[in-house]
Design a protein around this ligand. Structure first.
Ligand SMILES: *[C@@H]1O[C@H](CO)[C@@H](O)[C@H](O)[C@H]1NC(C)=O
Ligand SMILES: *[C@@H]1O[C@H](CO)[C@@H](O)[C@H](O)[C@H]1NC(C)=O
Ligand SMILES: *[C@@H]1O[C@H](CO)[C@@H](O)[C@H](O)[C@H]1NC(C)=O
Ligand SMILES: *[C@@H]1O[C@H](CO)[C@@H](O)[C@H](O)[C@H]1NC(C)=O
Length: 154
């Protein structure tokens, strides 16, 4: 069930110093499911599940050489886009240990467009489904926004 498709915002400089026609983007914000998740599901699932299959080989083995939380043995389309724009690989938002100045990834593998509560209330959820639906991802973005572009807002 793939209800939430890959969605990506490329943001030009907040500081107004990029030329209007320049293809130069300064950050990437990504929302979505396993097509784009670079580690959020693992953060959500770790306290609940013992063995998280995407956190074990062969996941990650062809490029990163270790599991990264991506549902892939290599890079995702999002990774190729980031590299192509000379930006860092987009860090998962829930791993709060990197700077989000150049972007953040809110995608959660298995995420749905409908709220998680809908699935719980209709007995449609599964032990592998976590509360990272689109509205939650947008909420995380709203939480992060004040710390971005401070000089622009100020
Ligand atoms: C980005 O992708 C385009 C289209 O495939 C290619 O022409 C260009 O060389 C790539 N740039 C980098 C820095 O990888
Ligand atoms: C974030 O923290 C995790 C767990 O401590 C660590 O494995 C990972 O390398 C860190 N990532 C960065 C970008 O520092
Ligand atoms: C999912 O998370 C959101 C935001 O934290 C929360 O408001 C909501 O109650 C949670 N839903 C469920 C079913 O736990
Ligand atoms: C969900 O399952 C519970 C327990 O089996 C049941 O009581 C409830 O009626 C079910 N709800 C729906 C919407 O099917």
């Amino acid at each position: 069930m793939k209800l939430l498709l890959f969605c990506l915002f490329l943001v030009r400089s907040c500081h107004g110093n990029s030329k209007p026609d320049s293809p130069h983007f300064t950050s990437i914000f990504s929302f979505g499911d396993s097509f784009a998740d670079t580690g959020n599901l693992v953060v959500l699932a770790t306290p609940v599940l013992k063995d998280i299959w995407i956190d074990m080989p062969p996941y990650g083995e062809t490029f990163f050489r270790h599991p990264t939380g991506r549902c892939s043995d290599g890079r995702l389309v999002l990774d190729f886009l980031a590299q192509n724009f000379s930006l860092p690989l987009v860090p998962p938002y829930l791993e709060h240990n990197s700077s989000f100045e150049q972007g953040a990834n809110f995608a959660v593998a298995g995420a749905t467009a409908l709220d998680f509560a809908f699935f719980v209330n209709n007995n449609l959820s599964s032990p592998f489904m976590f509360n990272g639906s689109l509205s939650v991802q947008l909420g995380w973005f709203a939480d992060l926004k004040p710390s971005l572009c401070k000089s622009y807002e100020g």
